[in-house]
Ligand binder design. Structure first.
Ligand SMILES: Cc1cc2nc3c(=O)[nH]c(=O)nc-3n(C[C@H](O)[C@H](O)[C@H](O)COP(=O)(O)OP(=O)(O)OC[C@H]3O[C@@H](n4cnc5c(N)ncnc54)[C@H](O)[C@@H]3O)c2cc1C
Length: 423
């Protein structure tokens, strides 16, 4: 009988977590991690929080190099997987090699969506997903600005903060009336907008790009549909992402509008092929039906669950999604997903970079966001996990004692889900 083997395509947060968990759980077969990126697997979040410089200097490895050796995980870096053969149970690599694959894990992530306007293929119109993108952006900014960012998502705004801290002129062009509305709702989004404006970011909302104009293959000006013209030496486009699901064609696996649909254990429509991390369309309890959860913590936990499952100990990722973002030296943390019909309690601090926001749903905290409030966010996360009923007035009150609420719950003074709030 052939030795079992698992080929993981994509060696980032989800793929590396899968490989490490396989070994932790005693998986005895061959484990191979394939990635088109030539660098030792590295963390993406730092890419938008510091300007890397050129090359791979400053990359933060997900695991030290010896971990792969110690755990007998084979790294195939700088090689692209080109096909998954469902009949032969193999994975084809760009160099022509064919790997036996009793199990395949697709951890291929997302790629940035391109803007469909004239000039979008100019050499200084960039996006940010990997180390080579970060190097190109750093190179562009080394000669100064102006930097024009198209799209005000978290990654774009982190880049805006880093550039402003480097004294670079930054304009952000956002199609929505307010950035981040979908992620954190209008009130918290308003605080984040204020924070960027205070630091000198020119934030143009309800604005869209008509074309990129310039000469010799370089953009010199971003032209908006309302006629405004923005001088630019570097443009970074962050207008959404697409799942990297090309391998589903050869593998003959279903896709949906989010990515690669998986069951609660990460299995695709073909039981020996799994999908994990950003590319997976998951049936997570926090999502109305299913969808992608595009956060580092989710990718890592989902990958870990898939590794455990393949090793014979089925596991699910069901925790409330957690994300963070660093801007101007302050850390924003979000647990859960705010919904438009939640009841918001916002406790503001002395500046827009200090706040704590609770979204109350059916008498419980459904989601929380805090900036410079990591201890409080940590306590609320535990209140959420334990399903401790909360009272709006209490959360909004001046004498809020979150640790006290948790203590009451532990001591049985405060009821849990399904019972009434203790007096
Ligand atoms: C710049 C940036 C900053 C971020 N900051 C934060 C943050 O502050 N907080 C937070 O919670 N989340 C953050 N995220 C999100 C987080 O990093 C992602 O959720 C996480 O990296 C997803 O991991 P993944 O393994 O699913 O996919 P990815 O990290 O996208 O990795 C997929 C890998 O698959 C490889 N690949 C794809 N196709 C193939 C193929 N055919 N053959 C070989 N290899 C292939 C790619 O080269 C890539 O290395 C950030 C993301 C980026 C890009």
């Amino acid at each position: 009988m052939n030795k079992p083997s698992c080929v993981i395509i994509g060696a980032s947060a989800a793929g590396v977590a899968t490989a490490v968990e396989l070994r932790k759980r005693g998986y005895a077969g061959a484990v191979t991690l394939v990635d088109a990126d030539p660098n030792i697997p590295y963390e993406r979040p730092p890419l938008s929080k510091t300007l890397l410089g050129t090359g791979s200097r400053g990359l933060v490895p997900i695991q030290p190099a010896h971990t792969y050796r110690d755990l007998d995980i084979e790294l195939r870096l700088g090689e692209r997987a080109t096909a998954v053969d469902p009949a032969a149970l193999t994975v084809h690599l760009s160099g022509g090699e064919v790997l036996p694959a009793g199990r395949v894990v697709l951890a291929t992530g997302l790629s940035p969506r391109r803007l469909q306007v004239a000039g979008a293929d100019a050499e200084n119109v960039l996006s940010l997903r990997d180390a080579s993108d970060a190097s190109r952006i750093a190179e562009g900014l080394a000669s100064g600005g102006p930097l024009v960012l198209i799209g005000a998502g978290f990654i774009g705004l982190e880049l805006a903060a880093v550039a402003r801290e480097g004294g670079i002129d930054v304009t952000v062009v956002e199609a929505q009336a307010q950035p981040l509305n979908n992620a954190v709702g209008p009130d918290v989004a308003c605080l984040l907008t204020q924070l960027h404006r205070r630091h000198g970011v020119k934030l143009l909302t309800s604005a869209t790009v008509a074309e990129f104009a310039g000469s010799a293959g370089r953009v010199e000006e971003v032209r908006l549909t309302d006629g405004r013209r923005l001088p630019a030496s570097t443009v970074v486009v962050g207008v959404g992402v697409e799942p990297r699901n090309e391998l589903t064609v050869s593998a003959r696996i279903e896709v949906d509008s989010y990515g690669i649909p998986v069951n609660e254990f990460g299995q695709t429509s073909r039981a020996w092929v799994y999908a994990t991390g950003d590319v997976a369309s998951q049936p997570h309890p926090e999502l109305a039906r299913r969808g992608r959860i595009e956060h580092w913590d989710a990718a890592q936990r989902h990958g870990t669950a898939v590794g455990a499952t393949i090793a014979g100990a089925p596991a699910r990722y069901r925790e409330a999604p957690y994300a963070w973002s660093d801007q101007y030296g302050a850390t924003l943390q979000i647990v859960g997903r705010p919904r438009p019909d939640d009841d918001l309690v916002l406790r503001e601090g002395a500046s827009p970079s200090e706040f704590l926001a609770f979204w109350i749903r059916d008498g419980y905290v459904g989601a929380v966001a805090g900036m410079e409030a990591s201890r409080d966010v940590g306590v609320v996360k535990r209140l959420m996990a334990a399903r401790v009923p909360v009272d709006r007035a209490e959360l909004a009150g001046r004498d809020l004692d979150l640790r006290g609420l948790l203590k009451q719950h532990r001591n049985g003074v405060r009821a849990t889900a399904g019972s009434k709030l203790a007096g």
